[in-house]
Design a binder for this molecule. Structure first.
Ligand code: IDC
Length: 463
């Protein structure tokens, strides 16, 4: 059977047909692709791609097309996993748009760069089948299999990470978003990080990472360097054993100038980098929240600490805190431009962005959105509440933030996986003494919200 569908092409809109990836035998297949350049500027453009499934319902799909000018690149995409090889662009469904019923659409988009001309893409295909403008019965076996989600733990699937462009990429060179939890200060909440709690975090929460918040002051590292170094290493091993990434957070806070702790940082990172160099699961975060200090001072600190790490562990990702409590400068009256115009002189690095949903809203979201196409960003800490770590949970703002981070594929760690008596904590007071981390009753309102977000399937791209 061949059904022909009328398609309408107007102005900047090109319509094509998309066929289904890996359709079941004898299923009707067909799609409409509506491509629009929504804005264009010197050297760049933004495009919207609306994909409508005209065939039988699908669970998992991959759209491919060609950007015919070799100078065209997809810089940043949303609502799909975007990749480009030569002139071929691939957009694979994300979690929430995996299923497309008959007549259902997914709205994708991307920011592209170009040199020379900016022609419209051609050759929309899916599973290698050319789009022809019709719905048809696919030939048996005609589909190309879509890579399935990886099996195994986050570290098994993704392996050694590396910054690629503005993203964090896995061993296949594909962008990944890591979603997980931060400890509270390990000097206060060590009891919350035992085998049972980390089992729950890995298996029940399906957390991709554990951020290990090692305060430097406030009874932290400075009081017992060897002891805290060893506790951090122990937690790195526990995360590794459970397939989670470990983000080693040198939790500077007060004083806000990281240079106050420069010598301690060099000593600490020389030690943990040498000890953990062979591991695939370690990411170094060299200064939690610089504040009341210039970007030049933070950059100078980073350019002294990063070489110490690289000397021992050359290939690990390093995350640099930003001015204004890691707000990209916003909380100190600046913005990301101070970094874009004067970046840290090192590669394989990302910049930290922190927010507390009840305190930091649209101005911060706008900054993050803008900065995300220019700087590799990682939300190494955020809260669902106010910047005090306490107060009322702001569900609407938290949801807006997490939707944005998902869309931009920016990784995050929530403050805190602990039973601290404050609303930012995910576990109710007393949980850690009780040792039961699995019952729904142990979760605070914040814990329940965050667990529901991070426990969804990751669909890390492979191959
Ligand atoms: C808070 C803790 C709180 C502790 C305080 C001082 O939740 O129990 O008394 O630190 O150490 C940050 C910091 C993080 C803060 C958190 C909430 O990185 O250390 O934790 N916050 O105030 N930046 C913005 C908010």
């Amino acid at each position: 059977m061949k059904r022909l569908l009328a398609v309408l092409a107007t102005g900047a809109t090109a319509l094509g047909l998309m066929s289904l990836s890996n359709p079941p035998a004898a299923a009707a297949a067909g799609c409409e692709v509506d491509y629009t350049v929504t804005s264009q500027w010197q050297g760049g453009f933004q495009a919207a791609v609306k994909v409508t499934n005209l065939g039988d319902p699908v669970n998992g799909w991959t759209l491919k097309f060609a950007l015919p000018d070799a100078g065209q690149r997809v810089v940043q995409g949303w609502n799909a996993t975007w990749a480009q090889s030569g002139s071929t662009v691939t957009a694979t469904n994300v979690d929430w748009n995996r299923t497309l019923g008959t007549g259902a659409s997914a709205d994708l988009g991307f920011v592209g760069s170009f040199t020379g001309a900016n022609p419209q893409p051609t050759a929309f295909t899916l599973g290698g089948v050319a789009c022809t403008g019709a719905v048809e019965e696919p030939p048996p076996g005609g589909g190309e299999p879509t890579p399935g989600p990886g099996t195994g733990t986050p570290v098994d699937v993704n392996g050694l990470l590396r910054v690629c462009g503005v993203h964090l990429c896995n061993q296949y060179g594909r962008p990944v978003q890591l979603r997980g939890m931060s400890t509270h200060g390990i000097q206060w909440f060590a009891r919350c990080y035992d085998a049972a709690s980390l089992d729950a975090l890995a298996k029940d929460w399906k957390s991709d990472l554990l951020r290990i918040a090692m305060y430097v002051q406030e009874s932290g590292y400075e009081t017992d360097p060897a002891g805290f170094t060893s506790r951090v290493n122990g937690l790195v091993d526990m995360a590794e054993a459970r397939g989670m990434y470990a983000l080693i957070d040198f939790h500077t806070l007060t004083p806000g100038d990281p240079n106050h702790n420069l010598d301690r940082a060099k000593t600490f990172f020389a030690s943990v980098a040498a000890r953990n160099a062979a591991k695939k699961n370690v990411i170094y975060e060299i200064a939690n929240e610089p504040n009341g200090v210039s970007w030049a001072a933070v950059k100078s600190y980073a350019e002294q600490v990063i070489p110490v790490i690289r000397a021992a562990d050359p290939d690990a990702v390093v995350i640099v805190g930003t001015r204004g409590w890691s707000s990209l400068g916003v909380s100190d009256g600046s913005d990301e431009n101070e970094i874009v115009s004067n970046p840290v002189d090192a590669d394989n690095i990302m910049y930290a962005f922190h927010f507390y949903a009840a305190s930091h809203k649209d101005v911060y979201r706008t900054t993050l959105s803008r900065a995300a196409s220019r700087l590799p960003l990682f939300v190494t800490e955020f809260g669902t509440v106010s910047a005090t770590g306490d107060g009322t949970l702001d569900r609407a703002s938290t949801t807006a933030w997490l939707d944005l981070l998902d869309q931009l594929k920016i990784g995050y760690a929530n403050w805190t996986y602990s039973d601290a008596p404050e609303s930012s904590a995910a576990l109710r007071p007393g949980t850690c003494a009780g040792g039961d981390y699995g019952s729904s009753g142990v979760l605070t309102e914040s814990g329940a919200l965050i667990k529901s977000r991070i426990s969804t399937t990751d669909h890390f791209p492979t191959g």
